[in-house]
Design a protein around this ligand. Structure first.
Ligand code: FES
Ligand code: FES
Length: 161
C-alpha cells in the first residue's frame, strides 16, 4: 500500500519551507521531526497542556491539534523565532528576570501564548492575566513568577508612546 504524500509550503519564523507530509501528520510532529524545530514541546497531545502552542497566522494555536496540511500557505512562529541563548527575546528575558521557569518544559508554550497576548489582547489585572494563561499548564512554578513576568511585559507595553 502506498501512503499518500502532500507537498505543502509554509513560512516558519520568516523562512519559507516546502515539506512533503502525510495528510495525517500533526503540525507539532512536522516541526519537530521534519524540520528539527524541537523548541515546540509536546506534552499531552490532546490540546490540554499548551506546551505545543505556536502562532498560526499571528494567533496562538495548538500544534498538536493541527494537521500540517492545514498550515499549508500559513505563517508559523515558534519559540525558535523569539530569540537565542545569546540574545533572548523580550518575553524570554522577562521569564529569566522573574525566575518564571524551572524545568522549562512548559516554557515555549507560555512564551508563544504571551506573545499572542501582548500583540492581540488588552489585559488589566492579575485575574485577567491568569485567565489568559489558563490554557497553559506548568507543573513546576506555581504560576506566581509567570504572572509577574507578564505583569511587567504589560506595564512595559502600556508605557510605550
Ligand atoms: S501537547 Fe498540545 S496541548 Fe498538550
Ligand atoms: S517550568 Fe517545568 S513544567 Fe513549567
Amino acid at each position: 500500500m502506498t501512503v499518500e504524500q502532500r507537498k505543502i509550503t509554509i513560512t516558519i519564523n520568516g523562512l519559507r519551507h516546502s515539506v512533503t507530509v502525510e495528510p495525517r501528520m500533526l503540525l507539532s510532529d512536522m516541526l519537530r521531526h521534519e524540520l528539527g524545530l524541537t523548541g515546540t514541546h509536546v506534552g499531552c497531545e490532546h490540546g490540554v497542556c499548551g506546551a505545543c502552542t505556536i502562532l498560526l497566522d499571528g494567533r496562538s494555536a495548538r500544534s498538536c491539534l493541527t494537521l500540517a496540511i492545514q498550515a499549508d500557505g500559513a505563517e508559523i512562529e515558534t519559540v525558535e523565532g523569539q530569540g537565542t541563548a545569546e540574545a533572548l527575546g523580550r518575553v524570554q528575558q522577562a521569564f529569566r528576570d522573574h525566575h518564571a521557569l524551572q524545568c522549562g518544559f512548559c516554557t515555549p508554550g507560555f512564551i508563544m501564548t504571551i506573545t499572542d497576548i501582548l500583540r492581540n489582547h488588552a489585559l488589566s489585572g492579575d485575574d485577567e492575566i491568569r485567565e489568559a494563561l489558563s490554557g497553559n499548564i506548568c507543573r513546576c512554578t506555581g504560576y506566581e513568577h509567570i504572572v509577574a513576568a507578564v505583569r511587567e511585559l504589560l506595564r512595559e507595553k502600556d508605557s510605550r508612546p
